[in-house]
Ligand binder design. Structure first.
Ligand code: URA
Length: 237
């Protein structure tokens, strides 16, 4: 038995929060009875209707996309811009696991598996994310220490990070810096560098969990293997 809102979200219909709203507003019925409490539990045999239409449980799909620059990390954009979901050839209601900015490139997972997506994005789960940033200027030792020990962004102190300077271009006064973080606040990497006085000129996510872009080119994607999906779930056991 599982909570109704979880079953709806895991089906790929919508997020758990949206499912809760649907339930509270009386749009969901289980075995022909409207259910408005959030504690209700259902089993696989129960028939769930939303606005009178049977909830269809999609097969789970999992993709690894090398996100290119110039696409938004949502399933729908109000301004009509191209989304990461548009790049993937599927009818499943997939969505990105977390976000990369419009101008950020790199590893992005997409799925309709709400449970896995929640596990991967929950701050307490500490999933590794490695970014390569091209920044203006050259980091001094003090700034590296600050980035590693936590800087204040939007009134919040970032947790421990690892920073490695990969290359310095003295002529153009830029550097290539690798930073490993475990959180996923909005524009986190850009804001962290800003907090120590360096603008991020380019940003790529090189690693998410144990995934890299591998042989993919920007804009290309592949399905995850069953083994990889199991390995992802295994991270949270
Ligand atoms: N941090 C950022 O600033 N932008 C991203 O896209 C991801 C992490």
């Amino acid at each position: 038995m599982e909570r109704l809102q979880k079953v709806i979200a895991n089906s790929g219909y919508c997020s758990r929060r949206e499912a809760e709203k649907l339930i509270v507003s009386g749009r969901v019925s289980v075995n022909n009875k409207v259910v408005t409490e959030l504690g209700a539990k259902v089993s696989d045999n129960d028939e769930i209707l939303i606005d009178g239409v049977k909830l269809y449980k999609e097969q789970k799909e999992y993709y690894l996309l090398y996100k290119p620059r110039g696409v938004v990390s949502t399933s729908h954009d109000d301004k009509g811009r191209k989304t990461v979901v548009d790049l993937i050839n599927t009818n499943a209601r997939i969505y990105p696991v977390g976000r990369l900015d419009y101008d950020t490139t790199g590893v992005l997972l997409l799925t309709n598996d709400g449970e896995l997506s929640n596990l991967l994005t929950h701050p307490k789960n500490n999933v590794d994310k490695i970014y390569i940033a091209k920044i203006k200027g050259i980091l001094d030792v003090g700034s590296i220490k600050k980035l590693e020990n936590g800087v204040i962004i939007d009134g919040y102190k970032t947790s421990k990070a690892r920073v490695k300077v990969r290359r310095i271009d003295k002529k153009n006064n830029t550097s290539i810096v690798q930073i490993t973080i475990h959180e996923g606040k909005n524009h986190q990497v850009k804001k962290m560098f800003e907090a120590v006085g360096h603008e991020v000129l380019k940003l790529k996510r090189e690693v998410f969990a144990f995934f890299t872009t591998g042989n993919l080119n920007a804009g290309e994607y592949r399905r995850l293997t069953i083994k990889e999906v199991k390995q992802l779930y295994g991270m949270f056991k």
